[in-house]
Design a protein. Structure first.
Length: 465
């Protein structure tokens, strides 16, 4: 069984009540030395002690036993990998020790680092736009919520497991079953509309008429997903409200965006049940085309679902997911890892996701290495968007799925490559922070490269001397 450590939680609980270790030990019926061991994470907590905590202090043992150490360590590792720490970077043992012995100091460091990130984003906006955003975007706020939860929401997985009441539906029956469920349970009807009757939209909910309008531009797969999305949105309003409140977001735009993304998560969990999807992922070695066909979803939806397979005791490969448009903008990112590339990357032109537009629909595998020597396996492929007009036929986007190099053997797309001899493509986060001065794709002089250009030498680019 998995061991549970509650050191920082227990220390904070005792500090809030201004108790000594001796008085807490007495309340819990254990020795003061055992309390000390628990607080320093030198012993895991037993179920009996957790129950006594509930009885003596009135706290929900599930809250105090919630293991957020993994996500906090991932956050700290991602921050420490920033190039500004390159000369004084603590090792993993030191970071673990800081989380145990100085959690408040770590939290202060992370607050300071996020402020630095926000300032950096504003400076980039000032350079690239005449009307910079003065606050973090709703998308960034939502991404932070998903990252803190390791892109996994237990509550949504639970409602998805009971969605059909234990019935196993054939994938061809799901669309009709969703229509009947919305009608019978929520009194909501579904109507397919002509493109001209629903201009510029793929789905719309008419709350007055309790009617969902779907555009005929949607294929069957996406019509099904939209109905699953609406079923979660309407049936689980109180659950979504609770998750949004727990996220601690105050911006109304970010709250609205978070509600949509949580409903999307719930829809994916309904259409691709956790245990079945994980079993197929392992059996097919993450053949996303085959998995999409098997579950009646799109390639992008299958990729996105794979990033959520982070249930304790039943985890899949920890992937990150990027979606990029033809202009190189990252339009969506989800991350089940603590990798620096997943948090801020995607803009490097040496990442093959940008060149996958040349070979539409084909998987492009790539091995990449970051400046800090972290190595990843990344697969990229274009995906098509709904088209409803002659002038909007080329609506392709590209998605990239990546994982640490040690997981590449679990991915079928990496077969045929020798891990020992795999050709690594050197990449970075983006040109403004990448230290690779001799990169033939460099577009900006990096802020962290302080050496001036040598007027007597011309390197590979005008920034290299």
């Amino acid at each position: 069984m998995q061991k549970t450590f509650i050191g920082p939680h227990l220390r904070r609980l005792r500090a809030e009540r201004r108790e000594t270790q001796g008085s807490m030990a007495k309340a819990l019926g254990i020795s003061p030395s055992y309390v000390n061991l628990l607080e320093n994470n030198e012993r895991s907590v037993s179920v009996q002690v957790l129950l006594r905590l509930f009885e003596a202090y009135g706290v929900d043992w599930r809250d105090i036993a919630e293991d957020d150490g993994t996500s906090k360590l991932a956050d700290l590792r991602a921050a420490i990998l920033d190039p500004i720490f390159v000369d004084h970077r603590p090792d993993l043992a030191q970071m673990r020790a800081a989380l145990v012995h100085a959690p408040a100091l770590v939290q202060s460091l992370m607050t300071l680092y996020r402020s630095y990130q926000g300032l950096n984003e504003q400076l980039l906006s000032l350079v690239e736009s005449e009307a910079p955003e003065l606050s973090t975007s709703p998308e960034a706020a939502v991404h932070n919520v998903f990252r803190r939860n390791r892109n996994h929401f237990r509550e949504l997985e639970d409602i998805a497991e009971g969605f059909w009441g234990g019935a196993l539906l054939d994938r061809d029956e799901v669309y009709i079953a969703l229509k009947h469920r919305l009608r019978d349970k929520m009194g909501v009807t579904v109507r397919l509309c002509r493109v001209e009757d629903l201009p510029g939209a793929l789905r719309q909910y008419d709350e007055t008429r309790t009617e969902i309008l779907l555009s005929e531009a949607l294929d069957h797969t996406n019509r099904t997903f939209q109905l699953a999305h609406m079923a979660v949105l309407l049936e689980q309003r109180s659950l979504l409200d609770g998750l949004i409140a727990k996220a601690g977001i105050n911006d109304t735009r970010a709250m609205a965006r978070l509600r949509v993304e949580l409903a999307n998560y719930g829809a994916a969990a309904v259409l691709m049940p956790y245990d079945n999807f994980l079993a197929e992922a392992k059996a097919t070695k993450y053949d996303f085309d085959l998995m999409a066909t098997r579950f009646g979803v799109s390639f992008e939806q299958a990729c996105h679902r794979a990033t959520t397979l982070q249930r304790d005791g039943a985890q899949g490969v920890p992937f990150f997911f990027l979606r990029i448009d033809k202009g190189g903008n990252v339009t969506k990112r989800f991350n089940a890892t603590g990798f620096h590339l997943a948090e801020f990357g995607g803009a490097c032109p040496r990442l093959d996701v940008h060149t996958s537009f040349r070979t539409p629909g084909r998987i492009v595998p790539q091995f990449v290495e970051m400046p800090d020597r972290e190595q990843f396996f990344v697969l990229s492929r274009t995906v098509d968007r709904p088209t409803w007009a002659r002038h909007s036929q080329d609506n392709r986007l590209a998605v990239a799925m990546g994982c640490a190099i040690q997981h590449a053997a679990e991915i079928g797309y990496a077969e045929g490559f020798s891990m020992a001899d795999a050709r690594m493509t050197p990449i970075g986060i983006n040109c403004r922070v990448c230290p690779r001065s001799n990169c033939d794709q460099r577009a900006h002089h990096a802020a962290i490269l302080t050496r001036p250009v040598d007027e007597h030498r011309r390197g590979v680019t005008r920034y290299d001397s």
